[in-house]
Design a protein. Structure first.
Length: 751
């Protein structure tokens, strides 16, 4: 870097700092800054374009262009050279702007007389705030040093924007950031609606001193912070003993690599030499990393860039003294916002959370499983919410629609509250039928059970009116630990679950791992298609030690009480026979060594692949019961990934083919007298639940919160008559019976 540019740039930043310290209005400051930059860089023009809304850039200040165009000239992202810089988040440097692709002539600015153009994005942590442009009449090409210097200035501008330095009053003035209502569209992780205040999982670090005139001091501070960072990463690594979570070790090793990366440090040192403070230098490089993250298609590389991003956060906290504990108090009705969160961290927060919003996450993630178990509304894939939300901001989470309203307007708030009130009223209505049976007008009864996976779910058993636990997903105890849980620990948990159920039946499903549920201590299998890979019973039968240990824990937990065990993902008879035999063997062994064993043991299979419906009759005879895992069954029936938002909702559960398939399963179970239930998410959707009952499925297991709505509808419906409606729709050539069912139900309710 040329010394002259260094000192020029430092001088410019020094003058920018003075404008920041001055007590002047936002517009005045912007005008002064454009003047300073043009003067310092020897250009005819300097202009600042800032985002007016998410898609529109506005000329907010200029030196050299027609002043009348300020706050008048606007362009959309991608439009003209300025719009292109904003879209690509990359600099455009050209000696002949008018011949450049995308050049847009803007007569009101007098722009056509300027030949050279250099535009750089104004961005903060990957969030685009605007574009900074310099132009000249002569066809000059700006040097690399000049581009770099302008990027540094843009970084300072971004910080100043964030700090509210350009906020003004009156028409056309810039509003303060993070004060406007913002809407985020993501995906549904868990249904439900809630209102509360933002609580950031990772505190937001604010840099208040982006510029420094003492590069030596800033270099020393950076050095010191890097040293502390390196030794803390080393200390974390050495404290991880044998049997440590491999994934965590991998992340720490990546941290160590970055912490020792010369090129990363060198870039920050160069930023400091140009006049940035140490923290601003870290943030500038972090912004560049974030911008790269958006462009990298490779998931592995993106993860590594995330690691670098995390490390930058740590470094920023060291430099600003804003530790991971910002002292931010958890507000009442906290809505947690995070990039992503592991199940253990989520469990630490406990049930006090009113809602969760993740920038990433997926429907099948562990966090989603926990949120679902707790019935806490969860929105996933809410892109960019972390750059907007501040601790304590009012927020509405609509888990049904996958929508988040940050700092909502009153109208939105009122509509939302009405929605919540209606849901609460409905829940209250359901308590009055809590102890009544789910019997239709025709006299058909359906057994309603609840799904669970945590001890914390069990209190819902009483309140929901469920007859028992139809599916206890045992993998959560495995997922939330860094090492395989001990047999005694598991036995104690299973025992407590049965205690809490107070004699009501609990169906324990053995470990369903693999697919999206990867245990921290299991070697990732790197399968091309894990949902159809080595998972559930396939792992259990191949790694018998773990399954045997779990079966022993179940027998010991039962301590003589009736025990119900269900094996997941059975695709053919042999798998069930084999797994069942393992349990029978364990019962014999436990008895032999003097443990009390249950007299009443029921062993069932989950039907999650179409193949099992066509298994030999002997399978149906051997199984004490069968439970349809509709989540998996549907994905394999329609070949539509349950985690892929694009295809997930494409096929209706009430599709005629699917119902006909269910009918076939009902017939086979009837033939052998095998108990049949349905425990996928669809069982908790009232219309679906009604139709399953009409098809002859006598037991449904669902989220506790769904029991009220499902029971209420069943009690108001003639299920036998509904079956006729379904059958008529099936022969009519309809693709789904839903329209016919809805029409009939509406008639019934109105009549
Ligand atoms: C299912 O597949 O429907 C099911 C209940 O199991 P899980 O959702 O845990 O895969
Ligand atoms: Mg399943």
């Amino acid at each position: 870097m040329a010394d002259r540019t260094d000192s020029e740039s430092r001088k410019l930043l020094g003058r920018l700092r003075e404008t920041l310290a001055e007590d002047s209005a936002g517009q005045e400051r912007l005008d002064r800054i454009t003047h300073l930059i043009a003067d310092s860089m020897g250009t005819d023009v300097c202009s600042i374009y800032l985002f007016r809304d998410a898609d529109t850039l506005e000329l907010c200040a200029t030196e050299g262009l027609n002043k009348a165009a300020v706050h008048e000239t606007r362009m959309r992202v991608g439009e003209g050279l300025v719009g292109r810089v904003a879209r690509s988040k990359n600099a455009i440097n050209t000696p002949d702007a008018p011949s450049e692709r995308g050049f847009r002539f803007m007569p009101e600015t007098g722009e056509e007389i300027y030949s050279s153009f250099l535009g750089v994005p104004v961005q903060r942590l990957g969030d685009s705030l605007g574009v900074l442009v310099v132009q000249s009449k002569d066809a000059r090409s700006y040097s690399e040093d000049e581009v770099y210097a302008l990027e540094v200035v843009a970084m300072v501008l971004a910080e100043m924007t964030e700090l509210g330095a350009f906020v003004g009053e009156g028409e056309g003035a810039m509003g303060a950031r993070h004060t406007q209502p913002a809407l985020f569209r993501g995906g549904t992780g868990q249904e439900g609606a809630s209102e509360g205040r933002v609580f950031l999982h990772e505190p937001r670090v604010v840099v208040t001193n982006p510029i420094s005139d003492d590069p030596h001091e800033e270099l020393r501070r950076l050095q010191e912070a890097m040293d502390t960072l390196r030794s803390s990463v080393d200390a974390m690594l050495s404290s991880m003993g044998r049997g440590a979570d491999k994934e965590q070790v991998k992340v720490l090793e990546a941290y160590r690599m970055f912490a020792n990366s010369r090129s990363w440090v060198r870039r920050m040192e160069e930023d400091i030499a140009l006049g940035l403070s140490a923290e601003a230098a870290v943030e500038k490089e972090q912004s560049a990393t974030r911008a790269r993250m958006e462009r990298v298609p490779d998931a592995y590389l993106r993860e590594r860039l995330h690691d670098l991003d995390d490390l930058s956060n740590r470094l920023l906290r060291l430099l600003t003294g804003q530790g991971s504990d910002t002292g931010a108090e958890m507000p009442e009705n906290p809505i947690l916002i995070a990039r992503n969160i592991g199940p253990a961290e989520l469990l630490d927060y406990g049930k006090k959370l009113r809602g969760i919003v993740l920038e990433e996450g997926s429907v099948g993630s562990h966090a989603a499983i926990v949120a679902r178990a707790w019935a806490i509304p969860l929105v996933i894939n809410a892109k960019k919410i972390l750059t907007e939300a501040l601790n304590g901001d009012p927020i509405l989470v609509d888990g049904d629609q996958g929508v988040v309203h940050l700092r909502p307007e009153d109208g939105v708030k009122t509509a939302f509250r009405d929605k919540i009130a209606m849901q609460t009223q409905a829940q209250e209505r359901y308590t009055s039928i809590r102890d009544k049976p789910a019997t239709g007008l025709c006299g058909t009864s359906v057994a309603l059970h609840m799904n669970a996976g945590l001890m914390a779910d069990l209190p819902s058993l009483e309140g929901s009116g469920a007859e028992g636990v139809g599916l206890f997903r045992t993998e959560l105890q495995f997922l939330t630990r860094a090492t395989v849980p001990r047999r005694s620990e598991l036995a104690a948990i299973y025992g407590s679950v049965m205690d809490a159920a107070q004699g009501k039946p609990v169906v324990f499903r053995t470990l369903d791992i693999g697919s999206d549920k990867v245990l921290p201590y299991m070697k990732p299998q790197d399968e091309p298609n894990p949902a159809m890979g080595w998972r559930a019973i396939r792992v259990g039968l191949d790694k018998r030690g773990v399954m045997r240990m779990q079966l022993q824990a179940l027998i010991r937990g039962a301590a003589g009480r009736p025990l119900t065990v269900m094996f997941p993902f059975i695709a053919q008879f042999d798998e069930f026979r084999d797994a069942r035999q393992m349990l029978v063997d364990e019962l014999a062994r436990e008895k032999k060594i003097g443990h009390q064993v249950p007299d009443d043991v029921r062993i069932g299979a989950m039907l999650e692949t179409p193949s099992l419906a066509f298994a030999p009759k002997q399978f149906f005879e051997m199984a004490d019961f069968i439970s349809i895992g509709g989540n998996d069954l549907k994905q394999f029936f329609f070949a539509a990934d349950r985690e892929n938002e694009r295809v997930r909702k494409r096929y209706d559960t009430l599709n005629v083919s699917f119902l006909t398939f269910l009918e076939r399963v009902v017939d086979r179970c009837t033939e052998t007298g095998t108990t049949l239930s349905f425990c996928g998410e669809d069982a908790g959707r009232p219309i679906e639940a009604l139709c399953f009952a009409a098809m002859g499925i006598g037991a449904l297991s669902m989220r506790p919160a769904s029991i009220g709505p499902v029971k209420s509808l069943i009690r108001r419906t003639d299920i036998v008559a509904l079956r006729k409606v379904i059958d008529e729709a099936r022969v009519s050539g309809a693709q789904s019976v839903r329209p016919a069912v809805l029409e009939w139900l509406t008639e019934q309710q109105n009549g």
